[in-house]
Design a protein around this ligand. Sequence first.
Ligand code: NAD
Ligand code: PRE
Length: 371
Amino acid sequence: MSAAHHVTGPVLVIGTGLLGASLGLGLSRLGVEVWLSDPSPTAARVAQDIGAGTVLQQGEETVPRLVVVAAPPDVTADVVADALTHYDDAIVLDIASVKGSILRQLRLRCDRGELSEQQLSRYVGAHPMAGREKSGPAAARGELFTAMPWVVCAHATSSARAVRAATDVGIDLGATIVRLSAEEHDAAVALVSHFPQVASSLLASRLMNAPGHALALAGNGLRDTTRIAASDPKLWIQILSHNSGELVKILYGLREDLNRLIGTLEDPHAEGALLDLAELMSEGNAGHARIPGKHGAPPQAFSVVTVIVDDRPGQIAELLTAVGSAGVNIEDLRMEHSSGHDVGMVEISVLPGRSAELMEFLTEREWKVVQ
Ligand SMILES: NC(=O)c1ccc[n+]([C@@H]2O[C@H](COP(=O)([O-])OP(=O)(O)OC[C@H]3O[C@@H](n4cnc5c(N)ncnc54)[C@H](O)[C@@H]3O)[C@@H](O)[C@H]2O)c1
Ligand SMILES: O=C(O)C(=O)C[C@]1(C(=O)O)C=C[C@@H](O)C=C1
């Protein structure tokens, strides 16, 4: 299948695990020529088998216009530097979960004369705020990035061409572009990604020696708060250690809150103790209410079913008729066009209890529902 897109291939994806294979899959589906490379021949082959691109065989050469480095954070700066040196006109971007440490390593190479300023100008950092608790290409999904934030971290000397290319990949994958400096990015993800991972892991680690009868009672509360505790330790020790400075600031605050809570619960009948507990719960309510919906939309009281439609007359009417025949009431409707796309995204707000059946109904009728 070939659809309108901004990215011009060939694109070389280096690192064909969950993220690299998902990106290859998303671009290949648009008709972009994608080459795949990974030190693990199995990871590269699996990525090829699922349709993410074509494996670049050892000794085989290609002239990519764009290189996307989707390797673990520890090796990302090395792989980026090699790509900037080896492919002398290609734009190189990385999609690692941390940005500041990688940029600092690349700058150091410039200062030592190992990389030229011209080479560094072809690099831009990016970070799709989309992923899974699973790793490897078998878990890849071409729609992983749809409607998710795609952070572009240009550095002081990134060329306009490089920034454009990093942005275009996100747009073509249906993501929402956010521009931040590497420092702003690292502070933000410490709070909204790295801290939740640590909190989830700490919570789940309490279960290691829990008696079977306690675990047998586990409901959605525990499942919701521990999904990401199943994440890959090899990846996360790198992410956490690369962004430790920002994370530690948040953990100091948590330590204070925990001390306060312990003090309160040690004597729940003390004067003011119940008020303290009420404050803790309502502060949590207030923080939760600030988590935006997809595309940065305000928090939703309804469930949103997102459907991708072709940008042509009659499509919305057909979709609304389909929702009507499912017997589901539309509480709100929002339509988004990604600039330059031939598709639009329709967000249908429905009562939370009706979204699963509507998704199933539409999917069965071959509407493209974003899962
Ligand atoms: N998993 C997520 O949710 C998520 C989300 C956004 C960004 N990221 C970032 O994407 C990158 C890849 O993560 P992933 O989840 O796909 O991990 P993954 O473990 O699924 O895949 C990583 C791949 O990189 C390969 N690799 C290892 N060393 C390499 C090297 N020197 N050169 C090239 N490839 C190498 C591995 O063989 C593996 O196939 C990481 O930097 C991560 O921080 C991950
Ligand atoms: O949804 C998940 O499973 C994720 O952990 C994804 C998540 C996140 O924190 O949102 C994790 C790390 C990445 O760098 C980006 C996205």
